[in-house]
Ligand binder design. Structure first.
Ligand code: NDP
Ligand code: GDR
Length: 377
Protein backbone atom coordinates (compact mmCIF):
# COMPACT_ATOMS: atom_id res chain seq x y z
CA UNK A 1 0.00 0.00 0.00
CA UNK A 2 1.21 3.51 -0.87
CA UNK A 3 1.27 5.42 2.44
CA UNK A 4 1.39 8.81 0.66
CA UNK A 5 -1.79 8.04 -1.26
CA UNK A 6 -4.52 10.56 -0.49
CA UNK A 7 -7.87 9.19 0.62
CA UNK A 8 -11.15 10.83 -0.37
CA UNK A 9 -14.71 10.12 0.72
CA UNK A 10 -17.55 11.23 -1.57
CA UNK A 11 -21.19 11.33 -0.50
CA UNK A 12 -23.54 11.39 -3.49
CA UNK A 13 -21.04 9.37 -5.54
CA UNK A 14 -23.84 7.82 -7.61
CA UNK A 15 -25.00 11.27 -8.78
CA UNK A 16 -23.86 13.41 -11.71
CA UNK A 17 -21.09 15.28 -9.87
CA UNK A 18 -20.04 12.34 -7.71
CA UNK A 19 -19.30 10.25 -10.78
CA UNK A 20 -17.15 12.92 -12.48
CA UNK A 21 -15.36 13.74 -9.24
CA UNK A 22 -14.57 10.07 -8.60
CA UNK A 23 -13.04 9.84 -12.10
CA UNK A 24 -10.95 12.96 -11.50
CA UNK A 25 -9.64 11.80 -8.12
CA UNK A 26 -8.81 8.32 -9.41
CA UNK A 27 -6.85 9.93 -12.25
CA UNK A 28 -4.95 11.91 -9.62
CA UNK A 29 -4.03 8.72 -7.80
CA UNK A 30 -6.44 8.97 -4.86
CA UNK A 31 -8.02 6.09 -3.01
CA UNK A 32 -11.71 6.93 -3.50
CA UNK A 33 -14.46 5.82 -1.13
CA UNK A 34 -18.09 6.56 -1.87
CA UNK A 35 -21.34 6.42 0.04
CA UNK A 36 -24.23 4.85 -1.84
CA UNK A 37 -27.79 4.30 -0.72
CA UNK A 38 -29.43 0.94 -0.69
CA UNK A 39 -32.10 0.95 -3.41
CA UNK A 40 -34.49 -1.71 -4.67
CA UNK A 41 -32.90 -1.53 -8.12
CA UNK A 42 -29.41 -0.68 -9.36
CA UNK A 43 -28.46 2.97 -8.83
CA UNK A 44 -24.78 2.86 -9.77
CA UNK A 45 -25.02 3.27 -13.58
CA UNK A 46 -22.92 6.44 -13.53
CA UNK A 47 -20.01 4.77 -11.73
CA UNK A 48 -20.19 1.16 -12.87
CA UNK A 49 -17.29 1.73 -15.27
CA UNK A 50 -15.06 2.66 -12.31
CA UNK A 51 -15.82 -0.40 -10.32
CA UNK A 52 -13.47 -3.32 -10.55
CA UNK A 53 -14.34 -6.40 -8.54
CA UNK A 54 -12.53 -6.10 -5.20
CA UNK A 55 -11.83 -9.80 -5.39
CA UNK A 56 -9.67 -9.17 -8.44
CA UNK A 57 -7.36 -6.98 -6.41
CA UNK A 58 -8.12 -3.43 -7.64
CA UNK A 59 -8.70 -1.47 -4.46
CA UNK A 60 -8.58 2.24 -5.31
CA UNK A 61 -12.34 2.52 -5.40
CA UNK A 62 -14.68 1.32 -2.70
CA UNK A 63 -18.38 1.84 -2.04
CA UNK A 64 -20.06 1.81 1.38
CA UNK A 65 -23.77 1.62 2.04
CA UNK A 66 -24.93 4.70 3.90
CA UNK A 67 -27.37 7.55 4.19
CA UNK A 68 -26.98 11.17 5.25
CA UNK A 69 -29.96 10.80 7.59
CA UNK A 70 -28.08 8.20 9.68
CA UNK A 71 -25.30 9.66 11.81
CA UNK A 72 -24.26 6.28 13.20
CA UNK A 73 -23.29 5.02 9.81
CA UNK A 74 -21.67 8.33 8.78
CA UNK A 75 -19.45 8.14 11.87
CA UNK A 76 -18.61 4.50 11.22
CA UNK A 77 -17.68 5.07 7.57
CA UNK A 78 -15.50 8.09 8.36
CA UNK A 79 -13.81 6.18 11.19
CA UNK A 80 -13.05 3.28 8.87
CA UNK A 81 -11.93 5.41 5.92
CA UNK A 82 -9.95 8.13 7.79
CA UNK A 83 -10.29 10.45 4.80
CA UNK A 84 -7.95 13.34 3.97
CA UNK A 85 -10.81 14.95 2.04
CA UNK A 86 -14.58 14.62 2.24
CA UNK A 87 -16.76 15.91 -0.59
CA UNK A 88 -20.33 16.19 0.69
CA UNK A 89 -22.30 16.02 -2.56
CA UNK A 90 -25.17 13.86 -1.30
CA UNK A 91 -28.52 15.67 -1.40
CA UNK A 92 -32.12 15.61 -2.48
CA UNK A 93 -31.14 18.02 -5.24
CA UNK A 94 -34.40 18.74 -7.11
CA UNK A 95 -35.79 22.20 -6.34
CA UNK A 96 -39.37 21.48 -7.47
CA UNK A 97 -39.50 18.15 -5.59
CA UNK A 98 -38.31 19.91 -2.41
CA UNK A 99 -41.72 21.62 -2.21
CA UNK A 100 -43.26 18.13 -1.98
CA UNK A 101 -40.86 16.76 0.63
CA UNK A 102 -39.66 19.79 2.64
CA UNK A 103 -38.93 17.95 5.89
CA UNK A 104 -36.89 15.26 4.14
CA UNK A 105 -34.83 17.82 2.25
CA UNK A 106 -34.14 19.69 5.49
CA UNK A 107 -32.95 16.45 7.06
CA UNK A 108 -30.69 15.33 4.21
CA UNK A 109 -29.40 18.62 2.77
CA UNK A 110 -29.34 20.60 6.01
CA UNK A 111 -28.76 18.23 8.92
CA UNK A 112 -26.82 15.81 6.69
CA UNK A 113 -24.09 18.44 6.42
CA UNK A 114 -24.02 18.82 10.20
CA UNK A 115 -23.71 15.05 10.59
CA UNK A 116 -20.59 15.01 8.40
CA UNK A 117 -18.96 17.92 10.26
CA UNK A 118 -19.84 16.51 13.69
CA UNK A 119 -18.56 13.05 12.74
CA UNK A 120 -15.18 14.53 11.84
CA UNK A 121 -15.11 16.37 15.17
CA UNK A 122 -16.27 13.39 17.25
CA UNK A 123 -13.52 11.27 15.67
CA UNK A 124 -10.88 13.93 16.39
CA UNK A 125 -10.09 14.34 12.67
CA UNK A 126 -10.44 18.17 12.60
CA UNK A 127 -6.77 18.67 11.76
CA UNK A 128 -6.57 15.88 9.21
CA UNK A 129 -9.80 15.93 7.20
CA UNK A 130 -10.70 18.71 4.77
CA UNK A 131 -14.40 19.10 3.92
CA UNK A 132 -16.06 20.38 0.75
CA UNK A 133 -19.74 21.33 1.04
CA UNK A 134 -21.87 21.41 -2.13
CA UNK A 135 -23.50 24.81 -1.75
CA UNK A 136 -25.56 26.34 -4.52
CA UNK A 137 -26.59 29.46 -6.42
CA UNK A 138 -30.12 28.67 -5.17
CA UNK A 139 -29.00 30.44 -1.97
CA UNK A 140 -29.25 33.79 -3.81
CA UNK A 141 -32.83 33.19 -4.90
CA UNK A 142 -32.45 35.45 -7.94
CA UNK A 143 -33.10 38.70 -6.03
CA UNK A 144 -32.15 41.47 -8.47
CA UNK A 145 -31.31 43.98 -5.73
CA UNK A 146 -28.73 41.59 -4.25
CA UNK A 147 -26.49 41.46 -7.32
CA UNK A 148 -23.14 43.26 -7.18
CA UNK A 149 -22.55 46.55 -9.00
CA UNK A 150 -21.54 44.61 -12.14
CA UNK A 151 -24.84 42.72 -12.17
CA UNK A 152 -23.60 39.32 -10.86
CA UNK A 153 -23.87 37.27 -7.67
CA UNK A 154 -20.52 36.90 -5.93
CA UNK A 155 -19.16 35.67 -2.58
CA UNK A 156 -20.40 38.86 -0.85
CA UNK A 157 -23.96 38.88 -2.23
CA UNK A 158 -26.73 38.37 0.37
CA UNK A 159 -28.80 35.17 0.31
CA UNK A 160 -32.59 34.89 -0.13
CA UNK A 161 -33.50 31.24 -0.81
CA UNK A 162 -36.82 30.59 -2.56
CA UNK A 163 -37.47 26.88 -1.98
CA UNK A 164 -37.26 24.28 0.82
CA UNK A 165 -34.15 23.05 -1.03
CA UNK A 166 -32.54 26.50 -0.90
CA UNK A 167 -33.49 26.93 2.76
CA UNK A 168 -32.00 23.54 3.68
CA UNK A 169 -28.83 24.33 1.72
CA UNK A 170 -28.44 27.67 3.52
CA UNK A 171 -28.19 25.74 6.78
CA UNK A 172 -25.50 23.57 5.17
CA UNK A 173 -23.65 26.69 4.06
CA UNK A 174 -23.66 28.38 7.46
CA UNK A 175 -22.92 25.30 9.55
CA UNK A 176 -19.89 24.63 7.34
CA UNK A 177 -18.69 28.21 7.83
CA UNK A 178 -19.43 28.04 11.55
CA UNK A 179 -17.41 24.84 12.05
CA UNK A 180 -14.54 26.41 10.14
CA UNK A 181 -14.57 29.41 12.47
CA UNK A 182 -15.43 27.61 15.73
CA UNK A 183 -13.15 24.58 15.43
CA UNK A 184 -10.59 25.82 12.86
CA UNK A 185 -11.65 23.02 10.52
CA UNK A 186 -10.68 23.15 6.84
CA UNK A 187 -14.31 23.27 5.68
CA UNK A 188 -15.29 25.15 2.50
CA UNK A 189 -18.39 25.96 0.51
CA UNK A 190 -18.35 25.85 -3.26
CA UNK A 191 -21.30 28.01 -4.34
CA UNK A 192 -21.88 26.32 -7.65
CA UNK A 193 -24.20 27.63 -10.33
CA UNK A 194 -26.08 25.11 -12.52
CA UNK A 195 -23.87 22.56 -14.20
CA UNK A 196 -25.00 19.89 -16.60
CA UNK A 197 -23.69 16.98 -18.67
CA UNK A 198 -24.89 13.85 -20.44
CA UNK A 199 -25.08 12.33 -16.94
CA UNK A 200 -27.52 14.98 -15.65
CA UNK A 201 -30.66 13.55 -14.04
CA UNK A 202 -33.48 13.23 -16.59
CA UNK A 203 -35.90 15.54 -14.75
CA UNK A 204 -33.65 18.63 -14.69
CA UNK A 205 -34.57 21.02 -17.46
CA UNK A 206 -31.47 20.74 -19.68
CA UNK A 207 -31.48 16.95 -19.81
CA UNK A 208 -35.25 16.87 -20.22
CA UNK A 209 -34.80 19.13 -23.26
CA UNK A 210 -31.88 17.25 -24.86
CA UNK A 211 -33.56 13.88 -24.35
CA UNK A 212 -36.79 15.18 -25.87
CA UNK A 213 -34.88 16.73 -28.78
CA UNK A 214 -33.39 13.33 -29.56
CA UNK A 215 -36.69 11.49 -29.07
CA UNK A 216 -38.71 13.95 -31.20
CA UNK A 217 -36.06 13.93 -33.94
CA UNK A 218 -36.23 10.15 -34.07
CA UNK A 219 -40.02 10.02 -34.00
CA UNK A 220 -40.24 8.52 -30.51
CA UNK A 221 -41.95 11.51 -28.87
CA UNK A 222 -44.53 13.95 -30.16
CA UNK A 223 -44.16 17.02 -27.96
CA UNK A 224 -42.07 18.30 -25.04
CA UNK A 225 -43.97 19.82 -22.09
CA UNK A 226 -42.04 22.35 -20.00
CA UNK A 227 -42.73 24.82 -17.19
CA UNK A 228 -41.42 28.38 -16.97
CA UNK A 229 -39.51 29.28 -20.16
CA UNK A 230 -38.73 32.79 -18.89
CA UNK A 231 -36.22 31.91 -16.20
CA UNK A 232 -32.52 32.26 -16.90
CA UNK A 233 -29.65 30.08 -15.73
CA UNK A 234 -25.86 30.27 -15.73
CA UNK A 235 -25.03 26.83 -17.12
CA UNK A 236 -21.60 25.18 -17.08
CA UNK A 237 -20.31 21.62 -17.58
CA UNK A 238 -20.13 19.29 -14.55
CA UNK A 239 -16.66 18.10 -15.59
CA UNK A 240 -15.28 21.64 -15.22
CA UNK A 241 -17.09 22.14 -11.92
CA UNK A 242 -15.71 19.04 -10.15
CA UNK A 243 -12.21 20.28 -11.02
CA UNK A 244 -13.07 23.46 -9.08
CA UNK A 245 -14.24 21.40 -6.06
CA UNK A 246 -10.87 19.66 -5.92
CA UNK A 247 -8.97 22.93 -6.27
CA UNK A 248 -10.94 24.47 -3.39
CA UNK A 249 -9.60 21.79 -1.02
CA UNK A 250 -5.98 22.18 -2.22
CA UNK A 251 -5.65 25.83 -1.07
CA UNK A 252 -3.62 26.93 1.95
CA UNK A 253 -6.56 28.68 3.54
CA UNK A 254 -10.15 27.43 3.73
CA UNK A 255 -12.52 29.82 1.97
CA UNK A 256 -15.80 29.84 0.05
CA UNK A 257 -15.92 30.28 -3.74
CA UNK A 258 -18.48 31.02 -6.45
CA UNK A 259 -18.15 28.71 -9.46
CA UNK A 260 -20.00 29.97 -12.54
CA UNK A 261 -19.54 30.94 -16.18
CA UNK A 262 -20.75 34.55 -15.89
CA UNK A 263 -23.20 34.05 -18.78
CA UNK A 264 -26.93 33.53 -18.35
CA UNK A 265 -29.38 32.05 -20.86
CA UNK A 266 -33.17 31.76 -21.08
CA UNK A 267 -34.65 28.24 -20.85
CA UNK A 268 -36.31 29.01 -24.20
CA UNK A 269 -32.90 29.63 -25.79
CA UNK A 270 -31.54 26.34 -24.46
CA UNK A 271 -34.48 24.66 -26.24
CA UNK A 272 -33.60 26.56 -29.43
CA UNK A 273 -29.91 25.51 -29.24
CA UNK A 274 -30.82 21.92 -28.54
CA UNK A 275 -33.10 21.57 -31.59
CA UNK A 276 -30.54 23.32 -33.80
CA UNK A 277 -28.21 20.38 -33.07
CA UNK A 278 -30.56 18.18 -35.12
CA UNK A 279 -31.01 20.81 -37.83
CA UNK A 280 -34.40 22.06 -36.60
CA UNK A 281 -35.04 25.80 -36.26
CA UNK A 282 -37.86 26.69 -33.88
CA UNK A 283 -40.11 29.74 -33.68
CA UNK A 284 -41.69 30.60 -30.32
CA UNK A 285 -45.19 32.09 -30.26
CA UNK A 286 -47.58 33.13 -27.49
CA UNK A 287 -46.93 33.96 -23.87
CA UNK A 288 -46.72 32.16 -20.54
CA UNK A 289 -48.89 29.00 -20.49
CA UNK A 290 -49.98 29.63 -24.09
CA UNK A 291 -46.44 29.73 -25.44
CA UNK A 292 -45.51 27.08 -28.01
CA UNK A 293 -42.49 26.29 -30.16
CA UNK A 294 -43.15 25.51 -33.81
CA UNK A 295 -40.80 24.02 -36.40
CA UNK A 296 -39.85 26.88 -38.73
CA UNK A 297 -37.36 25.07 -40.92
CA UNK A 298 -35.34 21.87 -41.14
CA UNK A 299 -31.82 21.67 -42.48
CA UNK A 300 -32.10 18.23 -44.05
CA UNK A 301 -28.37 17.59 -44.28
CA UNK A 302 -27.74 18.54 -40.67
CA UNK A 303 -30.75 16.52 -39.58
CA UNK A 304 -29.51 13.44 -41.40
CA UNK A 305 -25.93 13.78 -40.18
CA UNK A 306 -27.07 14.15 -36.56
CA UNK A 307 -29.76 11.47 -36.49
CA UNK A 308 -28.67 9.04 -39.18
CA UNK A 309 -32.27 9.19 -40.46
CA UNK A 310 -33.36 10.31 -43.94
CA UNK A 311 -35.92 13.08 -43.36
CA UNK A 312 -38.04 12.07 -46.37
CA UNK A 313 -38.32 8.45 -45.27
CA UNK A 314 -39.08 9.58 -41.75
CA UNK A 315 -41.89 11.88 -42.96
CA UNK A 316 -43.45 9.20 -45.11
CA UNK A 317 -43.27 6.73 -42.27
CA UNK A 318 -45.82 8.93 -40.52
CA UNK A 319 -43.60 10.57 -37.94
CA UNK A 320 -44.89 13.94 -39.10
CA UNK A 321 -41.74 15.92 -38.46
CA UNK A 322 -42.65 18.86 -40.68
CA UNK A 323 -42.72 22.64 -40.89
CA UNK A 324 -45.43 24.09 -38.65
CA UNK A 325 -45.48 21.18 -36.19
CA UNK A 326 -45.71 22.22 -32.52
CA UNK A 327 -42.95 20.45 -30.61
CA UNK A 328 -42.92 22.34 -27.30
CA UNK A 329 -45.84 23.36 -25.09
CA UNK A 330 -46.04 24.83 -21.60
CA UNK A 331 -47.64 22.83 -18.79
CA UNK A 332 -48.13 24.95 -15.64
CA UNK A 333 -47.84 21.69 -13.65
CA UNK A 334 -44.09 22.28 -13.84
CA UNK A 335 -44.25 25.82 -12.37
CA UNK A 336 -42.82 26.25 -8.89
CA UNK A 337 -44.69 27.97 -6.03
CA UNK A 338 -41.79 30.44 -5.85
CA UNK A 339 -39.40 30.72 -8.79
CA UNK A 340 -35.78 31.85 -9.03
CA UNK A 341 -35.96 34.05 -12.12
CA UNK A 342 -32.39 34.89 -13.07
CA UNK A 343 -29.06 33.44 -11.94
CA UNK A 344 -25.69 34.73 -13.08
CA UNK A 345 -22.48 34.21 -11.12
CA UNK A 346 -19.20 36.10 -10.94
CA UNK A 347 -16.31 33.60 -11.14
CA UNK A 348 -13.57 36.25 -10.68
CA UNK A 349 -12.37 34.91 -7.31
CA UNK A 350 -12.24 31.27 -8.43
CA UNK A 351 -10.41 32.21 -11.63
CA UNK A 352 -7.81 34.37 -9.90
CA UNK A 353 -7.35 32.46 -6.62
CA UNK A 354 -7.92 28.88 -7.74
CA UNK A 355 -6.61 29.31 -11.29
CA UNK A 356 -9.84 27.63 -12.40
CA UNK A 357 -10.58 27.84 -16.12
CA UNK A 358 -13.63 26.08 -17.59
CA UNK A 359 -12.98 24.11 -20.80
CA UNK A 360 -16.59 24.00 -22.07
CA UNK A 361 -18.93 26.73 -23.30
CA UNK A 362 -22.72 26.40 -23.57
CA UNK A 363 -22.60 25.42 -27.26
CA UNK A 364 -20.15 22.60 -26.51
CA UNK A 365 -22.25 21.43 -23.59
CA UNK A 366 -25.48 21.29 -25.63
CA UNK A 367 -23.70 19.52 -28.50
CA UNK A 368 -22.33 16.82 -26.17
CA UNK A 369 -25.67 16.31 -24.42
CA UNK A 370 -27.74 16.02 -27.61
CA UNK A 371 -25.19 13.72 -29.27
CA UNK A 372 -25.23 11.47 -26.23
CA UNK A 373 -29.05 11.39 -26.05
CA UNK A 374 -29.38 10.61 -29.76
CA UNK A 375 -27.61 7.33 -29.00
CA UNK A 376 -30.41 6.41 -26.58
CA UNK A 377 -33.08 6.20 -29.26
P1 NDP B 1 -27.66 14.40 -8.15
O1 NDP B 1 -29.08 14.56 -7.81
O2 NDP B 1 -27.26 13.91 -9.50
O3 NDP B 1 -26.96 13.44 -7.07
C1 NDP B 1 -27.31 13.50 -5.72
C2 NDP B 1 -26.62 12.36 -4.99
O4 NDP B 1 -27.00 12.40 -3.60
C3 NDP B 1 -26.98 10.96 -5.50
O5 NDP B 1 -25.84 10.14 -5.43
C4 NDP B 1 -28.01 10.50 -4.48
O6 NDP B 1 -28.11 9.10 -4.38
C5 NDP B 1 -27.42 11.09 -3.22
N1 NDP B 1 -28.38 11.18 -2.12
C6 NDP B 1 -29.65 11.62 -2.15
N2 NDP B 1 -30.23 11.50 -0.94
C7 NDP B 1 -29.29 10.97 -0.13
C8 NDP B 1 -29.29 10.56 1.23
N3 NDP B 1 -30.37 10.67 2.00
N4 NDP B 1 -28.16 10.04 1.75
C9 NDP B 1 -27.05 9.88 0.97
N5 NDP B 1 -26.99 10.23 -0.33
C10 NDP B 1 -28.10 10.76 -0.87
O7 NDP B 1 -26.98 15.82 -7.87
P2 NDP B 1 -25.70 16.52 -8.56
O8 NDP B 1 -24.65 15.52 -8.76
O9 NDP B 1 -26.17 17.34 -9.69
O10 NDP B 1 -25.27 17.55 -7.42
C11 NDP B 1 -24.33 17.20 -6.41
C12 NDP B 1 -24.49 18.15 -5.23
O11 NDP B 1 -24.27 19.49 -5.65
C13 NDP B 1 -25.88 18.14 -4.59
O12 NDP B 1 -25.68 18.36 -3.22
C14 NDP B 1 -26.57 19.33 -5.21
O13 NDP B 1 -27.57 19.83 -4.35
C15 NDP B 1 -25.41 20.30 -5.35
N6 NDP B 1 -25.49 21.25 -6.43
C16 NDP B 1 -25.72 20.84 -7.72
C17 NDP B 1 -25.70 21.74 -8.75
C18 NDP B 1 -25.95 21.33 -10.17
O14 NDP B 1 -26.22 22.20 -11.00
N7 NDP B 1 -25.82 20.06 -10.51
C19 NDP B 1 -25.43 23.19 -8.50
C20 NDP B 1 -25.15 23.50 -7.12
C21 NDP B 1 -25.18 22.56 -6.13
P3 NDP B 1 -29.08 8.24 -5.36
O15 NDP B 1 -28.30 8.08 -6.65
O16 NDP B 1 -29.27 6.99 -4.60
O17 NDP B 1 -30.33 9.04 -5.55
P1 GDR C 1 -32.66 24.33 -10.84
O1 GDR C 1 -32.63 23.34 -12.10
O2 GDR C 1 -34.00 24.43 -10.23
O3 GDR C 1 -32.01 25.60 -11.29
O4 GDR C 1 -31.74 23.54 -9.80
P2 GDR C 1 -33.78 22.80 -13.05
O5 GDR C 1 -33.09 22.31 -14.26
O6 GDR C 1 -34.70 21.89 -12.34
O7 GDR C 1 -34.62 24.13 -13.40
C1 GDR C 1 -34.02 25.24 -14.05
C2 GDR C 1 -35.10 26.23 -14.48
O8 GDR C 1 -35.86 25.63 -15.53
C3 GDR C 1 -37.24 25.89 -15.28
N1 GDR C 1 -38.06 24.85 -15.96
C4 GDR C 1 -38.07 23.54 -15.67
N2 GDR C 1 -37.36 22.82 -14.76
C5 GDR C 1 -37.57 21.49 -14.71
N3 GDR C 1 -36.86 20.73 -13.86
N4 GDR C 1 -38.50 20.86 -15.52
C6 GDR C 1 -39.23 21.55 -16.44
O9 GDR C 1 -40.05 20.99 -17.17
C7 GDR C 1 -38.99 22.96 -16.53
N5 GDR C 1 -39.50 23.93 -17.31
C8 GDR C 1 -38.93 25.07 -16.97
C9 GDR C 1 -37.36 25.85 -13.76
O10 GDR C 1 -38.56 26.47 -13.35
C10 GDR C 1 -36.09 26.61 -13.38
O11 GDR C 1 -36.32 27.99 -13.45
C11 GDR C 1 -30.53 22.92 -10.20
C12 GDR C 1 -30.30 21.71 -9.29
O12 GDR C 1 -29.21 20.98 -9.78
C13 GDR C 1 -29.99 22.16 -7.87
O13 GDR C 1 -29.60 21.03 -7.08
C14 GDR C 1 -28.85 23.17 -7.91
O14 GDR C 1 -28.56 23.62 -6.60
C15 GDR C 1 -29.20 24.33 -8.81
O15 GDR C 1 -29.45 23.82 -10.12
C16 GDR C 1 -28.06 25.34 -8.91
Amino acid sequence: MNTNQKVALITGITGQDGSYLAELLLEKGYMVHGVKRRASSFNTQRIDHLYVDQHEGHVNFKLHYGDLTDSTNIIRIIQEVQPDEIYNLGAMSHVKVSFDSPEYVANVDGLGTLRILEAVRILGLEKKTRIYQASTSELYGGMTENKNERGFYDEQSPFYPRSPYGVAKIYGFWITKNYREAYKMFACNGILFNHESPRRGETFVTRKITMATAAIAKGKQDCLYLGNLNSQRDWGHAKDYVEAMWRILQQEVAEDYVIATGITTYIRDFVRLSFLEVGITLRFEGENENEVAIIESIDERKYQTATGVLLSSFGEAGGGLSIGKVVVRVDPEYYRPTEVDVLIGDPTKSKTQLGWQPQYDLAGLVKEMVASDLKLF
